[in-house]
Ligand binder design. Structure first.
Ligand code: PEP
Length: 252
């Protein structure tokens, strides 16, 4: 399993074909920055086009339905996003857990569908501000992991975990590096408890207001295997600052 830092842009509900030039520019830069694994998760409507335009970076979906197909108006299955060019999908993002009432069980079903379709999966977990204030953050995240991660050992090699404190997403507030290190250590312990030795190699990304200014510090925090980036992934210029920081990480 690779140890290259993994930098993933989540475009959320942003982007029409006019944004393909940003994807192309990110792809061209990734060609030079081979120490970093770069990926973009555009909206469903752009997966195929980004896959065609940007040949080097991985392209993924932001969500998928757990069923292969059927009467699910407006939904898109894992098989469909794979067919469109996705090699991974994000599941369990806090905006889906909060906005659509997604439970751990549903997130797990989506993760298993993605793996069954031949993709890898980024499973998001993270506590709310209230959870942290009540001192329950590790407990909450540990329960999310137990409930959301696929069961089988064989799945572990296709899993990335993204720790995204809900209060840090899109707010400009990042967790301190001590808090990130403590949570990533707790996540690592849970991954090993769930998957044994394979759990040691699962990458844990941090997400929550990562930008070019704070990326170097976050990416050198113990057990941070990369970043899941929202707002700062929307332009090549801001995203590249993070990718460059990741490329320089092992030289620091
Ligand atoms: C995200 O949406 O996963 C995210 C981390 O967003 P932002 O970087 O904008 O906080």
């Amino acid at each position: 399993m690779t140890t290259r830092p993994f930098i993933v842009g989540n475009w959320k509900m942003h982007g029409t074909r006019s944004m393909l030039s940003e994807a192309r520019a990110i792809d061209r830069a990734a060609e030079r920055l081979i120490k970093v694994e770069v990926a973009l998760a555009p909206p469903f409507t752009l997966i195929h086009a980004v896959h065609k335009e940007a040949g080097l970076i991985a392209v993924g979906a932001q969500d998928c339905h757990p069923a292969d197909g059927g009467a699910h108006t407006g939904d898109v299955s894992a098989i469909m996003v794979k067919d469109a060019g996705a090699s991974f999908t994000i599941v369990g993002h806090s905006e889906r857990r909060a906005g659509y009432g997604e439970t751990n069980a549903l997130v797990k079903a989506k993760a298993e569908a993605a793996i069954a379709a031949g993709m890898s999966v980024i499973v998001c977990v993270g506590e709310t501000e209230d959870d942290r204030a009540a001192g329950k953050h590790v407990d909450v995240v540990t329960r999310q992991l137990k409930g959301s991660l696929p069961d089988s050992d064989g799945a572990a090699e296709r899993i990335t975990v993204a720790y995204e404190p809900v209060w840090a997403i899109g707010t400009g507030n990042t967790a301190t590096t001590d808090d990130i290190a403590a949570m990533h250590a707790a996540i690592r312990a849970k991954l090993v408890a769930l998957y044994g030795e394979v759990g040691e190699a699962i990458r844990i990304l941090y997400g929550g207001s990562v930008n070019a200014g704070n990326a170097a510090e976050i990416l050198t925090t113990p057990d941070v295997g990369g970043a899941l980036v929202g707002g700062a992934s929307l332009t090549a210029e801001s995203f590249l600052g993070i990718i460059v920081a990741a490329a320089e990480r092992d030289e620091a």
